[in-house]
Design a protein around this ligand. Structure first.
Ligand code: TIU
Length: 265
């Protein structure tokens, strides 16, 4: 299924595609967190919340794979190298006590995902110590085991963790599409140029599109697949249909959140 995108249409294969939501954490989006501590205006990021809420709802309704990431460190900071800890000249550093708990530390309030986009229990959450979601995580294995080779990427910030992750994914063989209105930066110019860089040179790192195109495609996919499922349900007692693999009624999501086949409508 083709989705309008730049530099050219994206060949969306829903059952092979995950929605990867990068670091929509309180530390970055709410006052008092790491983002603000770095001197940034967090309101710049908040415009991406609503489009993400809509896209996530549609993705969930289509029963497709969703993965969330969080940037942060172990409470003893053994996974925080000195270079990251000491960078800049801030009064507060990663691991220090802030208004939402210890800054960018796993298990603290500020480290968690904002309530609007809170993960459901079957949705994996990848905790990452770096900017890229592949560095020092099991994301690549998780995707391989679930048959995923395309990523629709949203989250914050466009030029830091989103862009780093897309570049890592590109080098590992994934086709990535960044959803322009679902990513955001503290710096509008960096956001703009980061997207330009992604799609330059024939899509050197991937594709850029808008959530409305994804929403349309998801609606079409759900209607087609659920239509097929309804047909199967009508004839489910015939020998030809009983137990057939790969049909629309065949999608399962197990307790580990692993899915297979097509959506349950
Ligand atoms: N500072 C900044 O723009 N971003 C980060 O530190 N992390 C993410 O982008 N997630």
């Amino acid at each position: 299924m083709n989705i309008a995108a730049e530099p050219y249409p994206f060949d969306f294969v829903p059952e092979r595609c995950a929605l990867l939501i990068i670091d929509m954490q309180r530390d970055f989006l709410e006052p008092g967190g790491f983002g603000e501590m770095l001197g940034n205006d967090v309101s710049q990021l908040r415009r991406a919340i609503e489009p993400n809420v809509k896209l996530l709802a549609a993705w969930r309704a289509a029963k497709l794979r969703v993965i969330h990431t969080r940037e942060g460190h172990l409470p003893d900071l053994t996974d925080l190298h000195a270079s990251k800890k000491n960078r800049g000249s801030h009064a507060m550093r990663i691991g220090d006590e802030g208004p939402m708990g210890r800054i960018l530390v796993r298990g603290e309030e500020g480290h968690d995902i904002i309530p609007e986009l809170y993960p459901q229990k079957e949705e994996p959450v990848v905790d990452k110590p770096g900017k890229g979601a592949f560095h020092a995580t099991d994301l690549h294995d998780l995707l391989k085991h679930n048959g995923i080779h395309q990523l629709v990427v949203t989250g914050v910030t466009t030029e830091v963790c989103v862009s780093t992750t897309v570049r890592e994914a590109n080098d590992r063989g994934y086709d990535c599409l960044i959803v322009e209105d679902c990513v955001a930066s503290y710096f509008p110019e960096f956001h703009k140029w980061s997207l330009e860089m992604t799609k330059a040179q024939g899509g050197i790192f991937g594709w850029v599109s808008e959530s409305r195109h994804l929403l349309g495609a998801l609606e079409k996919w759900s209607a087609e697949t659920c239509g097929a499922n309804a047909d199967n349900a009508d004839t489910a007692d015939t020998a030809d249909n009983a137990g057939s693999a790969g049909n629309a009624a065949n999608m399962t999501v197990n307790e580990k959140g692993e899915s297979s086949g097509a959506p349950i409508c």
